[in-house]
Design a binder for this molecule. Structure first.
Ligand SMILES: O=C1O[C@H](COP(=O)(O)O)[C@@H](O)[C@H](O)[C@H]1O
Length: 250
């Protein structure tokens, strides 16, 4: 199924649309099975996500289980930590119970032991989802200017990882080199996946990804096995080169 692209005039409007989208999915998931499992990326995503959501009193954060789509092998208080950014922008101000915030194991992360960190995180997923392939209610992904998502980079062998749920990477082209990442089997088994990206610096790559699927860049390999749409929340700057007919109304 092709992507559904929502373009917003400003980043604030994008955050507003994303807030509405997340509120709806959270409400539906909690009504259906009593919890909302979400995996979140780092980079620019946490700020765009949290801007409006942090003040949304309609969302029952007490039922959320928060995971990371990828994480850097650094301490949880390190400036490069994807967790830290979401903590500052959202988690410190809403009531997700600490036991439902599923961070990378800080001991292994501080040691830069990506292999042990990935094994540990896969066990954390098994603890929550059981032995069947995880099916997140929502995975929120950023897009790097090179077309990477999670810590799945163009041309990297991890693009062909089909057995692990969480993989280590020790040669990330974007620092820091040691990271862990969800793999495609997990990302593509999510009930909903949304990319969130903003700014003119992302314009060229957004156009390539939406208009040239044959390039098989990391973001283009995100395809729901359940045939659901992959959503894109972008601002007008990032959408600037897209053919208008490819943009949907939110
Ligand atoms: O290193 C990372 O980069 C990507 C993209 O970040 P952005 O700042 O260009 O939005 C991010 O999605 C990923 O989680 C992160 O580890």
């Amino acid at each position: 199924m092709p992507s559904t692209v929502y373009a917003f005039p400003t980043t604030d409007a994008l955050s507003g649309g994303l807030n509405t989208f997340v509120e709806k999915l959270s409400r539906e998931a909690i009504a259906d099975h009593g919890s909302f499992s979400v995996a979140v990326s780092g980079g620019s995503l946490p700020k765009l996500l949290s801007k409006e959501l942090v003040n949304n009193k309609q969302v029952d954060f007490s039922k959320w289980h928060v995971f990371w789509a990828d994480e850097r092998c650094v301490g949880l208080d390190h400036a490069d930590s994807n967790y830290l950014e979401l903590k500052k922008t959202l988690l410190d101000q809403v009531n997700v119970p600490a036991s439902q915030v599923h961070t990378i194991n800080s001991k292994y992360a501080v040691e830069k032991n990506a292999a042990a960190s990935a094994d540990d995180y896969e066990q954390q997923l098994k603890g929550f989802f059981g032995s069947n392939l995880p099916s997140f209610d929502l995975i929120l992904l950023g897009m790097g200017p090179d077309g990477h998502c999670c810590s799945l980079f163009p041309g990297h062998p991890l693009l062909e990882e089909h057995s692990r749920w969480v993989a280590p990477i020790t040669d990330s082209p974007k620092p820091p080199p040691e990271r862990i990442t969800l793999t495609y089997p997990v990302v593509n088994n999510a009930k909903n996946v949304a990319f969130v990206t903003a700014g003119e610096g992302k314009q060229e790559m957004v156009q390539k990804i939406i208009e040239q699927p044959e390039l098989r860049l990391p973001c283009q390999r995100v395809q729901s096995i359940n045939n659901g749409p992959v959503y894109w929340f972008v601002d007008e700057a990032a959408a600037g080169r897209l053919e208008k007919k490819l943009v949907s109304k939110f």
